[in-house]
Design a protein around this ligand. Structure first.
Ligand code: SAM
Length: 218
């Protein structure tokens, strides 16, 4: 049988020991609490953590907490002196995330702000070193716009789910989520406060998707 992208993702997850017991427990707790299985895959969590370490990030903003799975990856990467602020609209998700980050031993470096991110984001203290956007896709551009004034020069902006199984490049797809991707791509391509923008396609156990990356100009 020819291996699938799913098999390859599982192979690297196993052979690179990408998910330890703590992360697995967080994922399982979120599933047990009825949260949807839409957290980043372990390989993408590790990728985010690598980006945060490369950026020397101490202050990270995450938009879209869910059960705190990606939050744990980012909180580990910022180190004991760092702080991850993560924005979540759903009280149940926020409650599960609080338990997960506490049980992962990183609760003291995670702040969860409850409410619509478009309202809580402007209250976040900067300067931010990395911004990870992974919530309602319709508001992607709004989140980048609101986060930019809080970012230090050289900060990294990462927007998740910009490929959506290829739908981003389908001219017939006028869904709000795809429109949200188009808007943020247009913003990132045209805003002089951002440079070096690129997009990487990702195939993992969640299917075919990808991330948009850009750096805040220095
Ligand atoms: N980053 C998480 C991870 O990888 O573990 C996954 C986040 S999940 C894809 C998206 C989350 O964004 C959900 O928990 C959802 O409730 C939240 N969300 C949706 N709309 C939101 C909004 N307007 N403001 C804040 N959070 C929102």
């Amino acid at each position: 049988m020819t291996p699938t992208a799913d098999d390859v993702d599982a192979w690297f997850t196993e052979h690179l020991h990408l998910e330890d017991d703590t992360l697995r427990a967080a994922r399982e707790r979120a599933g047990g609490a009825g949260l949807p299985d839409i957290a980043v895959a372990p390989a993408q969590g590790a990728f985010l953590a690598t980006l945060a370490r490369l950026a020397g990030a101490r202050r990270v903003l995450e938009v879209g907490t869910l059960g705190g799975y990606s939050t744990i990856w980012l909180a580990r990467a910022v180190g004991a002196q760092g702080l991850v602020t993560t924005l979540e609209i759903d009280p149940h998700h926020a409650e599960v995330a609080r338990t997960c980050v506490d049980e992962a031993g990183v609760g003291d470096r995670v702040e969860i702000l409850l409410g619509p991110a478009i309202e809580t984001l402007p209250t976040v203290a900067g300067p931010l070193d990395l911004v990870f956007i992974d919530a309602d896709k319709e508001n992607n551009a709004g989140y980048v716009r609101a986060a930019l004034p809080l970012c230090r020069p050289g900060a990294l902006v990462v927007v998740d789910n910009v490929v959506r199984g290829g739908r981003v490049a389908d001219p017939a797809d006028d869904s709000p989520t795809v429109r949200g991707v188009h808007e943020v791509v247009e913003l990132v391509a045209g805003d002089p406060r951002l440079e070096g923008a690129t997009a990487l396609q990702i195939v993992d156990r969640k299917g075919w998707d990808g991330v948009l990356l850009a750096t805040v100009t220095g």
